[in-house]
Design a protein around this ligand. Sequence first.
Ligand SMILES: *Cc1c(COP(=O)(O)O)cnc(C)c1O
Length: 331
Amino acid sequence: MVNISRLNFAHLPTPIEELPKLSSILNGPRIVVKRDDQTGLAFGGNKTRKLEFLVAEAREQGADLLISGGAMQSNHCRQTAAAAARFGFECKLVLTGVKPQQASANLLLDQLFGAEVIIVEDRAFRDQVLQKTFDDAIAAGKKPYLVPYGGSSPTGALGYAFAMEELVKQLTDFRSLRDFGSLDWIVFGTSSGGTHAGLALGQRVFGFKGRVLGISIDEPEDHLKSHVSELASQASEKLGERIHFTRDDVLANDEYCQAGYGVFGEGEREAIRLFARHEGLLLDPVYTGRAAAGMIDLIRKGFFKKDETILFWHTGGQPALFAEKYSSSLL
Ligand SMILES: *Cc1c(COP(=O)(O)O)cnc(C)c1O
């Protein structure tokens, strides 16, 4: 394999835990969870794994400023701001939405990490503002590195290709094998596609036998199939040899995102409450809450069979629980 730059700051491997009470309450399949909410950078989450590769690339390019964008309560931006602080970069974040009266949750943390926050109310202008922020930085003599939305470039996706390697090792470890048996499904929330593409690539390269199903947070299935397969193909080149992924290599379900990004509904509330009350485990309102709501519905519909084992890949995001927008409707 070719030489790939990586900074090792994530807390790995993340644990796998069984959720027996949840399985039994749903009268469903065996459910285990992969705790990527515990990756260790500023409350953790899936962006840590991507940033190990992205920040390494920024360093290699001689950058001194990380620029990224996302929603007002973006977990990706919070973790990017933390990585910038830790590795000595300045950070500018272009966030979309209405500026709240008081910064809370991820937005509060962005500022605590010293990032400069630029707010764009209308999402239609976000790319333009992001580009202008980048151009202005160059004009001012800085060396900016643009971290793509969600960290989902081919470089960022590598984080999840290697996460799959980590999982496959955990499953072949004797003790883990006895504990967890084989996995039929991996279920997780998918949005900008980097996690999904990385897992698809890792599945192929490291020989994971189960199926990998992304529950869409905000994108149509059709878009995810083409975008994720393309991203996985591009990421494979970074491993030294292009693998061609097709739309059929990508499993996605977009039945649970009709309300729109970040709209908190009954499904998300029920999922968060079930995980909290029966397993003492926290989900987030935007991503893992929605992905778990989808998983629960698919269990109830009989899509997942009782004799199967599902690994729910927890991608983090819990700081958003404390954003007023969500905390006020949790109970
Ligand atoms: C960003 C994010 C996702 C989605 O990951 P993508 O790689 O953007 O598809 C899922 N869960 C959480 C908590 C996230 O912050």
